[in-house]
Structure formats: structure tokens, C-alpha cells
Design a protein. Structure first.
Length: 873
């Protein structure tokens, strides 16, 4: 504790009095507590009591070893050369799920040795995040979208000294209890023996050793025996330097909040600076902390007691407030200044508040940890809409899609696509997603207000967002909005949350019924803009950013780019009205058709493309043939779910570990995520003459999201027209009366799982081969020939690919240039395939190192529109 105790100490009489080693006791006496004296237990697991430093450290290390979100870092050494550890709790990039740099939450513990509540609360925070790191909710959100830096035990030497003597300390009326259990300072010039009387007052108060107000206050002292001795110079102590090193585990522009956790007096000693908005936002977030914590059954009320700006005592919170201009405070854990009497103790000694009864620590540890999550959730940033979608309920088709894509310059771009218009008389779902989980649920799974948050019905703080749907300035659909619900289920369709439970809200717009204003609205084929406006807050009442184009950040003591409803800069946000769907035209005739198997490519990006196979179970097998950043080939695979006009591949796989030829070992194959993929078919162009059953040349919008939240979008066109049969009026298929129907699909050698062959037999009789494999160095390689010759003898099919090429030269992503693609002749591939779905592959290459060889292959997939008579026998 920082202020009140010091005041009391300064009032102590200066009459010299003998010092003696005195014990804390349960029964009444000079240091009588009224409850058992806590003795630390050497166990890593939390219990109703205090852990030894070794127990705490073992738990920290075990969490860091077992949870990929937690990493340990040695940030310095103590006076006694013991390592000081900080822990980062985050994923392995410093970007949010949407590609924005993460804010960092800094928390320091146990700077004062005797304040055992502090390292227990820091460890409780780590345990809470560790135990819930896969909750797909608040904790996983914090881990994946912020960086938490926890330094649980800053004063390791001091904590060990207090735990060496858990019941004893030097005592006199003049100095009060010092050293042993009541050591506050570090161990500079102090031995670890309690009985040596010459050094028990020595050491540096690490919370007086800091810039910018070092040695500027009468509440610190140059007297080495003072309980608030500030050290020889600012930042003189190794523990102070370790804390500064820990802060540098994150970038300076990431720092969003700092807390130094002490005990006792149940207060937020917050630091004001001369930036008014910073002080306002700090008070607001501390209020969120306090009201959340007070709502627990124990009702503990932490009072915000801010300092005046421009002066200080050399404490750590001042350093972080002034250096980073972020909310920064000293948390004084309970009890209040009344000390042990809060728990029925004697209150004989004004130091007994440092000794929390063992029976209280589980509650304090667990519930303060939860209140920190609330403060960090707020400081993670105000919410922003990430995507709006409108889905036609009957067809499940996406008719409107608007998404904010992060750009290289750090701003976002609204990518808005209308696939179809909203049509009178039809039913739709309106889906809005946010960049953070927006609501809380109780143990029954019902949406509830976050505990402690005010109930303001009808305001933007309502449980449900407020939405206006306007056509020509007339609210048309508002009354038709029904069945609003936050989404806490992850599914493959669009009525799913995005990244975390309750980051998405859905309304239904049933039987859209628009009564036009006479003269305002046209008729017929005309389409009209439908303006969509959203007003909503996150769990702690922060409004959405009214202009997501400019990304909110924390700079110069406040939120920046956090526009209000008038698009002016603010610290409160507003109403987001960026979106415009269309109303009017009838539903596309193309949309109800299934999308046939084939190759798709972007005509402006010739030289890369997708293989798309619609499987019998309604899923889709996708392969992407493209390049890396250096012009080498890459291929990625995934299984997608198909609904309406949309395919979602939630995890696109990157496969590695293979090598060309006989050294291939499928045991070396490794699969990792390369991001996600979505393809929305937008109908297409009717062909003047059908090609076989293909009456339409399909088009689609492709959106790839990389692991850093960055998007790549291309416009896909159907490239290949596979031989098959499709009854377009009833969407059913007729079997192909010839064995070549068997061939189209994917083939592989079961002994060489991790590479394979995509084959298509086209309506014009050609065969296409894409062989996705590896080169001799283990790099991806895909070989292609689109002029394969098909010959048939009964049920045996021969495919001759006489001019197989390998490509190179283009680079992945936005900088793709088809002119850079170089085709190099690779050699020949001959396949003999039969009716039972097996066969052989023979290859011979003209490029050194590949040689020739033969594999046995098996059919892997059976695309849905291509049933084969032989298959059905
Ligand atoms: Zn303290």
C-alpha cells in the first residue's frame, strides 16, 4: 500500500524503543490476527491459501510449457542473481484476427514482498486465461487479439524472505513490523538471516525507484532505513530494470494499460496526466472494473482515488502513465484500510491488512482476475463492424455482402457486393459481425448484461443492436425485423459466429413488404439503394466506430480514429451507416443451380487457379494452384461446406514434407493452416450454345483470408466444362453411359498420401491433368497438361499427357502478374485407369533429376454430377 500507511508511520513517536523479533499470532496480542497465520504451501495448484514462490513459479512454467498462448521470458536478475520472469499471454503474431496491431495489457505483481495477495492474483489471471484459452469467447479473444504481459513476482528476493519467516518480523512501536513477514523493500545490502539486526531496515522501495518523479516527494526518502527509501538513483535497482525490460517485450505503440498490483486498502490509486481525455477514459474503465467486481456476492467496492497530474512519488504507475499516456494505476487489493477487521479479525495492528486470511484468497484471486478481463476487454479497443450480409432464407443464397478489408496502409476498405436484390414478398436474414465478442451469457446460455453494467433500455446499450433499414429515406424494413439473436454456435453456413461466440447478430426480415412513397420510387427493373444503419455497444458500453475505414488505435492518451455518428473524431464512437444493399430486381435465375465440378480462374490472373469438386455428401474439395512470394509454385487444399451460393473452406491446408520420386515418405507429411477461403457464386453468363449440359459459364467471387486477417479477392470464371449430365430443371443428375465418366475427380497413390492427381474429362473430349507434388528439394510443384488424349478399350481408359509443363515466375497475392508466368516443358505422363477406380501412372521427365517412374493409383473422390455406370453396378 502506498499512501495511508505511510501517513500513519510518520505519526509514530520518535522515542527510541527496543526492537525485537515478534511473531504474528492467531490469538490476541501485539500482532494478533484473529485468524490463523497463513503459512505458504509448496504446491503449484491454487487452493484456499498462499503458495510458496516455488509453487507459483512451477505453475507459471508449467502453463508456459503446456499452453502455446503462454511464453516465459527472463527479463532480469535480482540483487541475489535470481531470474525475474515475465510471461506473454498471446498468440504468435502481434495482429488481431482482422489484421490490426494488438494492444498490450501490462500488469506487474509483488513489487512489495509482503503483499502476498498480489502474486496470487497475477497467477490467478494467468490461470484463468490458461484454463479458458479455447473458450471461443472472452478469454480466447483476449489471447488472440491482445498481448498480455504479466510479471507475477517482481521482487523475488523479497518474497522469498517473507516466506522464509511467515510468522516473524522485527517489531517496535517506533518502526512497526519490519523485515521477515513484513519486508516491503528489495534485499539490497540485506542478508537472508532474520536475526542479523544491522540490516533489517535496509533495502530499496522499488515503488519509489522510478522516473519521472523519483526523489521529488516527501513520501519517498534518501534514508536507507526508511520504509520508502528511493534508492541511489532513478531505476538503480535490477528489479526496476527487469520491469522495464518486460515492458519492452511489446512495442511501445502497443501499450494500452498498466496496473501495479499491491495490497491493501481496496483502492484504485490511478494516475492523472495532463491529457484530459486520457483521464476521462481511465476513470471510465476503472468504473467498469469496480462495478463488475462489486457485483460479485462479496460486494467488494474498489474506489478510484486519482492523483493530481504533474507530480508523484516515484511509483511505477506514474512511469507508465507518463511514458505511454495510457490508463495506469496501482491496485490496492482488499481489505480496506480497516484491515483484518473486515474479516472479523482483531485489527490490533495497522499492518494486519497485509495478511489476508487463507479463507479469502481463492475468492480474491479468482474474482479480481475476472475483473481484469473486463478492463482489458475494454482496452482491447472499441468495437467495429467487420461484415454485413443479407441471405435469402429459402435459397440460402447470399444476396448482399459487405466486408471491411484491412489494407497495406493500415486503413480498411469496404468491399461491397450485391449478388441479387432484395425483393418484395421474400424472407431474408440480416447478419452483422463485429471484431470482438459483444455479449455475455449466463450459465443457462442466455444473453445477459455483463455484471455491473447499467441497464439503459432503448439506448445503444440494449441487449440487441438498434438497426434501421431505409429505402429512399423511408424506414421500410424496421417493423419487419424479427427473431433477433446473438450467435454462439459455429457452423459452416453464414448463420454462424465469426471468430468468437456472440460476435455476430442475426435478424430475420420476413415477407419484405415495402409501400413506396408516391413519386419517390420507380418500378420495374430499377434497383434502389437500401441504407443500413447500426447502433450498438460492446459489453462495457463502448459504442461502435462510426467509420471503420480508419482503424481505431490508442495514441497520445486516447482513442484515435474513433468517429462519432457525424464522422467527427471522438472518444465515444457512434452509429455506423456505411452500408447500402439493393432493392428491386427479381431473384437471379442462375442462383438455384448447383455449381458443377471444374477448374476456375480469374482471367486477369491467368496462370493460377482453383480446382473445384462437388462431392456426393454436399461438401466441396478445393485445390488452389498458385505461387509463393519468390515465384515458386504452391498448392493448397481444403474441404469446403456448400450452402446456397456459397462455399466456405474454414481451414485451407498447407501441406509440406513431401519430395519428388522414391524418397517420398508420407510419414513426413505435415498439415498446417494457411487461412480460410470463401467462394460465392454469382450466377454467370448464359452461353450462346450449351457445352454439353453447361448452359451457363459460371462466375464467382473468391475471398481468401490469411492467418493475419489480410484478404485477397479475385473474380473467378469457369475454365473447364467437364463431361457429365445434369438435369437443370430439377437439379438432378443422370448417369453417364460411358466409363470415361469415372475419370473426372482426384486420384492418388495410397502409399504416397500427400500428393495427388486431379483429372477432368471435358465435353470436347480432352483430358486435363494437374499433378500436385514436390520437387527434389521438397518445394511444392504442380504439373499441368490440358490437352490429354483419351483412348478407351472397354472399361479401360488410357490418358496420354504428352506435354506436361511446370510453371514459375509469378508471385502470390496482390502483386500477381500473369505476364511473369513462365511455362517450362517437364515431360510426359501416361495413365492407365480402369473401371474399378484403380490404375497406374507412368512419368518421364526431360528435366534433370526427375527421371521416370511408375505408381499405382486409386480414385479418391467421386464428384456429384458425374455418376458413372460402372460405379453403380
Ligand atoms: Zn505495496
Amino acid at each position: 500500500m502506498k499512501f495511508l500507511l505511510i501517513l500513519m508511520l510518520s505519526m509514530v513517536s520518535h522515542i527510541a524503543q527496543a526492537q525485537s523479533i515478534t511473531s504474528w499470532t492467531e490469538q490476541n496480542g501485539t500482532l494478533g490476527l484473529g485468524f490463523p497465520v497463513p503459512i505458504p504451501v509448496d504446491t503449484p495448484e491454487p487452493f484456499d491459501g498462499f503458495r510458496t514462490y516455488n509453487g507459483l513459479f512451477t505453475k507459471h512454467q508449467s502453463m508456459a510449457l503446456n499452453n502455446p498462448f503462454i511464453t516465459g521470458h527472463i527479463v532480469g536478475q535480482t540483487i541475489y542473481d535470481r531470474d525475474i520472469w515475465a510471461y506473454l499471454l498471446s498468440d504468435d503474431n502481434d495482429l488481431t484476427k482482422y489484421g490490426v496491431k494488438e494492444g498490450a495489457m501490462l500488469i506487474n505483481g509483488n513489487i512489495h514482498a509482503r503483499e502476498w495477495q498480489s502474486p496470487e492474483v497475477l497467477t490467478g489471471i494467468m490461470e484463468l486465461l490458461n484454463d479458458n484459452s479455447q473458450d471461443q469467447s472472452l478469454h480466447q479473444y483476449l489471447l488472440e487479439n491482445t498481448t498480455i504481459m504479466a510479471l507475477p513476482v517482481n521482487n523475488v528476493d523479497g518474497l522469498l524472505q517473507t516466506q522464509r519467516f511467515p510468522t516473524q518480523n522485527w517489531y517496535s512501536n517506533q518502526t512497526g513490523p519490519r523485515d521477515g513477514r513484513m519486508r516491503r523493500k528489495n534485499m539490497l545490502n540485506v542478508d537472508e538471516v532474520l536475526t542479523s539486526q544491522n540490516d533489517f531496515l535496509l533495502g530499496v522501495d522499488l515503488n519509489r525507484n522510478n522516473n519521472p518523479y523519483w526523489a521529488t516527494s516527501p513520501r519517498s526518502s534518501s534514508d536507507v532505513t526508511s520504509i520508502v527509501h528511493h534508492g541511489l538513483s532513478a531505476q538503480s535497482e535490477p528489479e526496476t530494470q527487469a520491469r522495464l525490460t518486460a515492458a519492452q517485450l511489446v512495442d511501445a505503440d502497443q501499450v494500452r494499460i498498466y496496473t501495479d498490483v499491491h495490497s491493501f486498502s481496496k483502492v484504485h490509486f490511478s494516475v492523472r496526466t495532463d491529457i484530459v481525455n486520457r483521464n476521462i477514459l481511465q476513470a471510465s474503465l476503472l468504473n467498469d472494473f469496480t462495478t463488475h467486481h462489486r457485483a460479485f456476492p462479496a460486494g467488494k467496492d474498489y474506489v478510484d482515488t486519482p492523483s493530481g497530474p504533474g507530480n508523484g512519488i516515484g511509483s511505477t504507475d506514474e512511469y507508465f502513465a507518463e511514458t505511454y499516456q495510457v490508463p495506469s494505476w496501482t491496485l490496492e487489493i482488499e481489505p480496506s484500510i480497516s484491515g483484518a477487521t473486515e474479516y472479523g479479525g482483531f485489527g490490533n495492528n495497522n499492518h494486519d491488512g497485509f495478511i489476508l486470511p487463507e479463507s479469502e484468497i481463492s475468492r480474491v484471486r479468482e474474482q479480481l482476475a475476472q475483473s481484469f478481463m473486463v478492463a482489458w476487454y475494454g482496452q482491447a479497443g472499441p468495437p467495429s463492424i467487420t461484415q454485413i450480409r443479407i441471405m435469402h432464407i429459402d435459397s440460402q443464397n447470399i444476396v448482399y455482402d459487405a466486408e471491411w478489408d484491412i489494407q497495406a496502409d493500415g486503413n480498411r476498405l469496404l468491399v461491397e457486393k450485391s449478388f441479387e436484390s432484395i425483393v418484395s414478398g421474400e424472407d431474408y436474414s440480416l447478419i452483422v459481425s463485429f471484431d470482438k465478442p459483444m455479449r455475455t451469457r449466463n450459465s443457462n446460455g442466455d444473453i445477459v448484461r455483463l455484471q455491473g453494467q447499467p441497464n439503459l433500455p432503448g439506448s445503444s446499450n440494449s441487449i440487441n443492436p438498434i438497426i434501421d433499414v431505409m429505402l429512399s429515406d423511408q424506414a421500410i424494413l424496421g417493423s419487419g425485423l424479427t427473431n433477433g439473436r446473438w450467435v454462439n454456435e459455429k457452423t459452416s453456413n453464414v448463420l454462424s459466429y465469426k471468430n468468437y461466440k456472440d460476435d455476430t447478430f442475426v435478424w430475420d426480415l420476413l415477407n419484405v413488404n415495402f409501400v413506396p412513397i408516391p413519386g419517390a420510387i420507380g418500378t420495374g427493373d430499377e434497383t434502389l439503394p437500401v441504407k443500413l444503419t447500426f447502433n450498438v455497444t460492446d459489453k462495457v458500453g463502448q459504442k461502435i466506430d462510426a467509420n471503420p475505414e480508419t482503424v481505431v488505435s490508442w495514441t497520445n492518451g486516447q482513442w484515435q480514429n474513433y468517429e462519432d455518428s457525424n464522422l467527427n473524431s471522438s472518444i465515444v464512437g457512434g452509429v455506423d451507416s456505411s452500408y447500402s444493399a439493393t432493392f428491386g430486381n427479381p431473384i437471379s435465375a442462375f442462383s438455384a443451380l448447383i455449381q458443377p465440378t471444374g477448374l476456375y480462374y480469374d482471367p486477369s490472373r491467368s496462370g493460377e487457379g482453383f480446382s473445384y469438386e462437388l462431392l456426393n455428401d454436399g461438401r466441396v474439395w478445393i485445390q488452389w494452384f498458385t505461387y509463393d512470394d519468390l515465384g515458386g509454385q504452391r498448392w493448397y487444399s481444403g474441404v469446403g461446406e456448400f450452402s446456397g451460393n456459397r462455399i466456405a473452406v474454414n481451414q485451407l491446408n498447407q501441406i509440406s514434407g513431401g519430395v519428388f520420386g522414391e524418397n517420398f515418405d508420407s510419414n513426413n507429411i505435415e498439415v498446417s493452416s494457411f487461412g480460410s477461403l470463401e467462394i460465392i457464386f454469382g450466377g454467370g453468363e448464359a452461353r450462346p450454345e450449351p457445352i454439353g449440359f453447361h448452359e451457363i459459364e459460371r462466375t464467382a467471387k473468391m475471398a481468401y483470408t490469411d492467418l493475419n486477417g489480410k484478404k485477397l479477392r479475385t473474380d473467378l470464371h469457369q475454365l473447364s466444362f467437364v463431361k457429365g449430365a445434369l438435369n437443370t430443371t430439377i437439379n438432378t443428375v443422370a448417369p453417364i453411359e460411358e466409363p470415361v465418366g469415372l475419370i473426372t475427380g482426384s486420384w492418388y497413390d495410397p502409399l504416397r498420401s500427400g500428393e495427388g492427381y486431379i483429372l477432368e474429362i471435358l465435353e470436347d473430349g480432352r483430358a486435363i491433368l494437374i499433378w500436385y507434388t514436390y520437387d527434389n528439394d521438397g518445394n511444392h510443384m504442380w504439373l499441368i497438361d490440358s490437352n490429354g488424349v483419351v483412348t478407351q478399350e472397354g472399361n479401360d481408359i488410357n490418358l496420354d499427357f504428352n506435354n506436361v509443363v511446370v510453371t514459375s515466375g509469378a508471385v502470390f497475392g496482390e502483386d500477381y502478374n500473369p505476364d511473369n508466368v513462365i511455362n517450362t516443358s517437364w515431360g510426359e505422363v501416361h495413365m492407365q485407369l480402369n473401371c474399378s477406380g484403380t490404375g497406374t501412372v507412368n512419368y518421364s521427365s526431360t528435366i534433370d533429376g526427375f527421371g521416370s517412374g511408375q505408381y499405382n493409383v486409386t480414385k479418391l473422390t467421386h464428384p456429384w454430377v458425374l455418376p458413372y455406370v460402372c460405379d453403380q453396378e
